[in-house]
Design a protein around this ligand. Structure first.
Ligand code: PEP
Length: 263
């Protein structure tokens, strides 16, 4: 279902009316985690002012440590819905448990499946039945084939509105949080008709790498990027070191606007 061979043209996926796919360079931005209404609104306003068209923000956070901030849950989803109302930006948010898919889908415009759940087949199937577009991150230890097969689990349940997201893989290299596999973008676009975006925030894990990795994503023909922003990264409850502040985001958005996407 997701193979390009059986489909031909590459697909454009619409999220609350915003297109992601060939001919677009969609900028998705927002906080890694929803913390407070004020923080989320400020991050969304920064994102919108810079030119982002979709808002990201995690209410259910898949944290490595059980002692780390796990997200606000439904209270976070309500904040995202309020901020969507205020800014008009459709919302992309993660779901980590199959049992929460219905709840998250009732607030979200797009469901995000994170790297740690890239082969959680029950979750993928539930997301496929939720009636909302799905952003599927590549598993940090997953091959491109495994990533596409994960997408197939979603598609098999009748949902072809899937966007693939390369977010870096585990390698021996420790200088970056993950190794952005930039070659995965054209390979996935060759093998699948689905749009492919890049997450330079979670791959590099550091603010100074976000812009260069975004340039690489644009140059190689990614259909969009998803970026962490925070009004006060030094107080962020999750992934502050990779969050862009206002000025950085504007610079990045200018690069996104000025470098035309490859067709
Ligand atoms: C995220 O985007 O909030 C996230 C946790 O990303 P990943 O699944 O790529 O680590």
């Amino acid at each position: 279902l997701v193979s390009r061979e059986n489909h031909g043209e590459r697909t454009v996926v619409r999220v609350g009316g915003v297109p992601i796919g060939p001919g677009t360079m969609t900028l998705i931005a927002g906080p890694c985690a929803v913390e407070t209404p004020e923080q989320t609104l400020q991050a969304a306003q920064m994102a919108k002012a810079a030119g982002a068209t979709l808002l990201r923000g995690g209410a259910f956070k898949p944290r490595t440590s059980p002692y780390a901030f796990q997200g606000l849950g439904e209270a976070g989803l309500k904040i995202l819905a309020d901020v969507r109302e205020e800014t008009g930006m459709p919302v992309v948010t993660e779901v980590v448990d199959a049992g929460d898919v219905e709840l998250v889908a009732s607030y979200a415009d797009m469901l995000q499946i994170g790297t740690r759940n890239a082969q959680n087949f029950a979750l993928l199937q539930a997301a496929g039945e939720a009636g909302k577009p799905v952003m599927l991150k590549r598993g940090m230890n997953g091959t491109i084939e495994e990533w596409l097969m994960a997408a197939e689990y979603v598609a098999q349940r009748g949902n072809l509105d899937i966007v693939l997201c390369e977010r870096g893989i585990r390698t021996f290299e420790k200088a970056t949080r993950n190794t952005l596999d930039i070659s995965a973008v054209p390979v996935a676009q060759r093998l699948s008709h689905l749009p492919v975006i890049v997450d330079p925030s979670h791959s590099g894990g550091s603010r100074d790498l976000v812009l260069p990795l975004t340039r690489a994503a644009i140059a190689i023909g990614a259909d969009g990027v998803i970026i962490d922003v925070h009004p006060h990264p030094e107080t962020a409850l999750c992934d502050g070191p990779q969050a862009l502040v206002d000025g950085d985001l504007r610079e990045l958005a200018k690069v996104v606007r000025d470098l035309p996407p490859m067709v």
